[in-house]
Write a protein that binds this ligand. Structure first.
Ligand code: DC
Length: 224
């Protein structure tokens, strides 16, 4: 059987994971959140009190870490860490760890391994450029920094957290900068990616746009 890969890349807060999850539900593919893996390594680094300037130690931590996905959960050394990897401390540190080549190599191997013999929708920064340059269809989903900051701000407010929108905006800008200027696999659109700017669009509108590029045919997909 010929397995398919749908790659969805783009900057933080552009709505990639929401779209990827919904799309995978609709077409019955497995959703893989590649960023969650970098987050899990970051959680372990922070738990072990390793300094973010000690690259060798961070690599050593990553090498002895077991990451797995099961039933929509991510497991770090056998324990589900879905909520822990979304904490602010992780948001602030993950880009530093994701810029380390040796850690990227480990993650890319794992990302390819867990996608084997499956139809997958994977979201991240380098899915269409590095992990699966031969992906069947690639999307690059983006939005202005102001819109992305505004979405994050509303999510926090809904959860009852008091946050400053300027802080959120500068944190997003910082992550964009680190992710797109790192030497190894920087955030960028693959030359054959379909570009979607989600600024001012609802999730439903974006999903419709994504699906308009995909024709569902008995579990398989063909690019229109
Ligand atoms: O998508 P996210 O915010 O959960 O990603 C967390 C971090 O991991 C982000 O700073 C970029 C990095 N990342 C990456 O370098 N490559 C990927 N394929 C996915 C995420």
């Amino acid at each position: 059987m010929d397995y398919k890969v749908i790659a969805i890349d783009g900057p933080a807060g552009a709505g990639k994971s929401t779209i990827a999850k919904k799309l995978s539900d609709i077409i019955g593919y497995t959703y893989i959140d590649s960023g969650a893996m970098y987050r899990a390594v970051t959680l372990k680094v922070l738990r072990e009190n390793v300094s973010l300037s000690n690259t060798e130690m961070m690599i050593a931590v990553a090498e002895k870490t077991v990451i797995d996905f099961k039933d929509n959960s991510i497991f770090l050394d056998g324990k589900a860490v879905n909520n822990e990897i979304r904490e602010e401390s992780i948001n602030k540190s993950v880009s530093i760890i994701a810029a380390i080549s040796e850690i990227r190599k480990l993650m890319v191997n794992l990302q390819r391994k867990i996608s084997k013999n499956k139809n997958v929708v994977m979201d991240g920064r380098d899915v269409g450029t590095v992990i699966f340059p031969e992906a069947d269809i690639k999307f690059y989903i983006t939005a202005t920094v102001d819109e992305r900051a505004d979405r994050r701000y509303k999510e926090f407010i809904q959860k009852g957290c008091a946050v400053d929108i300027q802080d959120i905006k500068s944190q997003i800008e910082k992550r964009d900068h680190i992710d797109s200027t790192r030497a190894d696999s920087p955030l960028k659109a693959a030359s054959d990616a379909i570009m979607i700017d989600t600024t001012g669009k609802s999730i439903e509108e974006v999903l419709e746009e994504v699906i308009s590029h995909i024709k569902i045919k008995g579990g398989g997909i063909v690019v229109i």
